[in-house]
Design a binder for this molecule. Structure first.
Ligand SMILES: C[S@@+](CC[C@H](N)C(=O)[O-])C[C@H]1O[C@@H](n2cnc3c(N)ncnc32)[C@H](O)[C@@H]1O
Length: 293
């Protein structure tokens, strides 16, 4: 179905535009081609949930132990053009403290009712239903080696609590080391929150901290470290309600915004690199479900 771009006389004409464009017009969504450090210029609303997949500062070791280091994935063929290359040129000077400052500023304030986390957990209404927390949280994808660093850094910015997350893949990108050692097949992350347990939608089900890494065959692949939209949708459904605001300060492909829009949440993101931003806007946020109005 062809997508017609938004034009100024939209009030008079019937136009077909993508859902992202529709949400942008309504002020419910925007991907900024800028650094999140400049967030104050944009006046975006505070978030119920921040999802961030920060650069690992791998620089030119991005493909180490990945078969893509070699032509055709085989070291007999010699090194490929990716040998000694970075995923992207911003993967070396990322500033975690500025990032944590952004997160502590841009989450909504926790409701202050002077009760402890344990009491909050037990809170029920007059007819005995559990009262849902409104407190925000952030979810950070990071390398295993970064987990302790981010737990400590988070504490310095008021995130007193954490829950570790594991994302289990059914494949490993470390196949070049498969005959020498146990290879990694997991990604890691953290839920960080300040004083109160965050909003949590579990429908009475136990939610464990190990998630399957669902393959995403629907979203155009435009970024070397793109996260699967179905996994992001799952996290969004657990920690937010429809209409809540989600921010991704390091948006890459725009996958978080796509997942948030699909789940009827408001979504804002920053991507510093022009080429990733353009691909996110023109592919990831363009190709899904046009809206007629
Ligand atoms: C690990 S990638 C995120 C991938 C993303 N989660 C996805 O699914 O596509 C991190 C991204 O943050 C961007 N970035 C680095 N520093 C940034 C900054 N200060 N502000 C905004 N984006 C930044 C990088 O260009 C890169 O695309």
């Amino acid at each position: 179905m062809p997508i017609v771009f938004y034009t100024e006389n939209i009030g008079q004409n019937m136009k077909q535009i993508s859902k992202y464009e529709y949400e942008v017009i309504k002020g419910k969504c925007y991907l900024y081609n800028d650094s999140f450090q400049n967030f104050k210029s944009y006046g975006i609303p505070h978030a119920q949930l921040i999802i961030a997949d920060v650069p690992y500062n791998l620089d030119n070791k991005a493909y180490a132990s990945n078969p893509m280091w070699y032509v055709g994935g085989d070291n007999k063929n010699g090194e490929s053009e990716l040998a000694g290359k970075a995923f992207f040129d911003t993967d070396k000077d990322f500033r975690p403290a500025e990032f944590m400052h952004f997160c502590s500023q841009m989450l909504i304030k926790e409701p202050k009712n002077g009760i402890s986390e344990e009491e909050e957990e037990e809170k029920v209404d007059k007819i005995g239903n559990k009262v849902k927390s409104k407190a925000p949280c952030m979810i950070l994808f990071c390398a295993f080696e970064q987990l302790h660093y981010f737990i400590e850094l988070g504490q310095r910015y008021g995130f007193k609590h954490y829950i570790p997350l594991v994302f289990r893949k059914n494949f490993s990108s470390q196949v070049l080391k498969a005959n020498m050692k146990v290879v990694g097949c997991c990604e890691y992350g953290l839920i960080l929150y300040k004083d109160k347990l965050p909003k949590f939608n579990n429908n009475g089900q136990m939610i464990m901290n190990c998630f399957d890494w669902v393959r995403d065959s629907n979203t155009p692949k435009v970024h070397p470290t793109q996260k699967p939209v179905p996994l992001l949708e799952r996290l969004i459904e657990i920690f937010t309600d429809p209409g809540d605001v989600i921010i991704d300060p390091c948006a890459g492909s725009g996958s978080t915004l796509r997942a948030a829009i699909q789940k009827n949440r408001k979504a804002y993101g920053f991507e510093i690199k022009k080429d990733f931003f353009a691909k996110a806007r023109d592919k990831v946020l363009k190709d899904f479900q046009p809206t007629l109005f």
